[in-house]
Ligand binder design. Sequence first.
Ligand code: E4P
Length: 216
Amino acid sequence: MKFFVDTADTKDIAELAATGLIDGVTTNPSLIAKAGRPFAEVIQEICGLTTGPVSAEVVATDAEGMVREGRKLAKIAENVAVKLPLTWDGLKACRTLSDEGTAVNVTLCFSANQALLAAKAGAAFISPFIGRLDDINLDGMELIADIRQIYDNYLFDTEILAASIRTPNHVKLSALAGADVATMPPSVIKSLVNHPLTDKGLEAFLADAKKADIKV
Ligand code: E4P
């Protein structure tokens, strides 16, 4: 399973990229707004921190505008993936940009039928938003499993990018359901390593090593 980091904070991205555990980055307009710097400048910097795909989202809502913005974003760096919303115009723009060889991440996916449409439009990634479904008492994980089955039934090569991940359990369940990628905030990636028994065990090993004066 690939791990993308869902942030536009270049410090966090650099720190996580140094671990070798990160396969790409996703951003959205809300994350870019938080960074408080010009859009193209942030995306260019992020693209230099990873060789994996970096999702940069358009803000136009009509297909023509999305294609125009998508072409502009794709020129920033080779590893830009253009992020488009799951609307009719987004799907039209997805077909055009995908046919031109640009990787497209279709975002704001909340149903299996939407995911089917995105695959048919040539999307490189589909982003089902798990956390936002859970927020309204629906089952985000059921959506990941449904999309996995549909894509496998018809051999679509669109990658399932589990998004809106809020907890370590979301990561585990996405992996079990067969998502190709999980994108998560830096705090969730960092929390995956935690286990109280690891801390307790290490403390005991180190205490014994000290008592026996073990040196390596
Ligand atoms: C993914 O590409 C989105 O930017 C992100 O996962 C949305 O997460 P949120 O629902 O926590 O805002």
